[in-house]
Design a binder for this molecule. Sequence first.
Ligand SMILES: NC(=O)c1ccc[n+]([C@@H]2O[C@H](COP(=O)([O-])OP(=O)(O)OC[C@H]3O[C@@H](n4cnc5c(N)ncnc54)[C@H](OP(=O)(O)O)[C@@H]3O)[C@@H](O)[C@H]2O)c1
Length: 248
Amino acid sequence: MRINGNIVLITGGATGIGLALAEAFVKAGSEVIVCARTEENLKQAKKKIPQLHIKKCDVYKESECEELYNWVTSNFKDLNILINNAGIQRMIDFKNGTEDIIRHRAADGEDEIEVNFRSLVYLTALFTPHLMKQEDSAIINVSSGLSFHPMAILPVYSATKAAVHMISMLLRQQLEGTTVKVFELIPPMVDTNLDKGARKARGQTYFGITTEEFVHPAMKAFESDEYEIRVIDPKLAMMMGHRQGSSS
Ligand SMILES: NC(=O)c1ccc[n+]([C@@H]2O[C@H](COP(=O)([O-])OP(=O)(O)OC[C@H]3O[C@@H](n4cnc5c(N)ncnc54)[C@H](OP(=O)(O)O)[C@@H]3O)[C@@H](O)[C@H]2O)c1
């Protein structure tokens, strides 16, 4: 896939991995639209990268996804890349019954299944016919290393990301022979605000690679049509290697 000359829509693109992808696509010579819920984050993103187009949208709500689709396809008729990046992460302990689920929903009105999976499915369905009319197009889904190596303290998050992996595989099969390439971007732990400080609160002292360290190899992989892109954290890989070495 070429990384220049595209028109790219990135959900949740005002911060973290989405913003770093936006910056990399702009630098490569593509036009980028980012959407998110928080107006202030969108304004800050635009301040950092003045070429960005910003649009407030809550992908949790189907009506707002439809409004986004109509706005984007009217104003950017040649949009050819959709990046499903918006995501949230919550610690949930089933031993607490529904308490954790209800507390997180009350805090920000969001639900991992809705944001991480259902909205991705709905946006993909909305945009696929449009993308099939473009000469070269792509859908890029952001899953997680936890799709393959889940964590018990993040059970719903891990399950939604496994579902993102599965839907990406099946979408790739369905769209074979069309103009739409389907990529899955599989981040390791990346130092962003995804967990809203939970990593620190549970005593972690390492927060992962930087967004720049993540995005650089990802952009190279897009260019070489690597459809399942696993970015490795060299520090963690070395630690795991040492552990395996010492136990053998
Ligand atoms: N950081 C990691 O270690 C890591 C590892 C593996 C996978 N990932 C995945 O990478 C993606 C990006 O996460 P990140 O680490 O860059 O965290 P982040 O900075 O928190 O980015 C997530 C973005 O999603 C947006 N978002 C959340 N709910 C939304 C909604 N309902 N509608 C529209 N946008 C929404 C947020 O903006 P608003 O709150 O303003 O809407 C935010 O900009 C996520 O899918 C995450 O699961 C991250």
